[in-house]
Design a protein. Structure first.
Length: 248
């Protein structure tokens, strides 16, 4: 039996599964972010300041101050981990709007890795009866939502974006983004906006391939100007200038 994926509208009983998916997706970037922070100037400054406190004020021998390095790295790791966890919790609490989910149907005995399998993609409903569908296990593998952008006029904003690990990113998300774009255009929005962070290389390549362009690149401050995260705001035009002129 060939596995398949159904892209459909969000239902209320999907919420817990979507929350788990979003948490796992966001937390998957915590390790990458931690290694990036380890090689920044603020990490060296933090270690030197810790050495100075132990050596000058506590009288710890300089040789033993070296032992503070693992402690500093552990502190950075826990700080990074819980900052991502807080962000995941924040997104999990947001109320979904114009949401879609990708529900994967896989055989109960399925030894193939998700990135090695070939999935059929169906929109809204699969052309199979319920008896056949009951032979598969079901899992939410992707979710996406869109709502009004408060900072950009007449624009929709993509949020609650998540996809399960190892599943074909482009094959699943491209039709979902296409359907979201169509729904937002029908709702009267002129553009679709999204924001990605510096460690989301796959997402950046994906958005570039489907026609998103960079609106702005900025640095979000975490600890003053010493620790920042580079953010990229991307935009996708939903209506052409000719369409806007006809409406006016």
């Amino acid at each position: 039996m060939q596995p398949f994926i159904v892209i459909r509208n969000y239902r209320e009983d999907d919420e817990l599964k979507c929350q788990d998916l979003m948490r796992d997706y966001i937390m998957s970037f915590s390790s990458r972010s931690f290694f990036a922070v380890c090689f920044r100037e603020i990490t060296l400054q933090f270690i030197v300041i810790t050495w100075a406190i132990f050596f000058i004020f506590l009288g710890v021998p300089l040789l033993f101050c070296v032992l503070t390095i693992p402690g500093c790295l552990f502190f950075l790791f826990t700080s990074t981990y819980f900052s991502f966890y807080a962000k995941a919790t924040e997104l999990m609490r947001l109320k979904p709007s114009q949401s879609l989910v990708a529900e994967c149907y896989e055989p109960f005995i399925f030894r193939c890795a998700p990135n090695e399998a070939s999935y059929q993609i169906f929109m809204e409903n699969a052309p199979f009866d319920e008896t056949y569908k009951n032979k598969f296990r079901r899992r939410i593998v992707a979710t996406i939502s869109a709502k009004n952008h408060h900072a950009v006029y007449n624009a929709a904003w993509i949020y609650r974006f998540a996809i399960a690990k190892n599943y074909p990113f482009q094959k699943i998300m491209e039709p979902m983004i296409g359907l979201v774009s169509k729904n937002c255009a029908n709702a009267g929005y002129a553009s679709l906006e999204c924001t990605i962070s510096e460690w989301q290389e796959n997402e950046r390549d994906f958005y570039d391939d489907i026609g998103f362009v960079t609106r702005q690149i900025y640095h979000k401050q975490i600890i003053g100007s010493s620790l920042t995260v580079m953010k990229t705001q991307l935009t996708y035009a939903l209506r052409t200038d000719d369409t806007l002129q006809k409406q006016n």
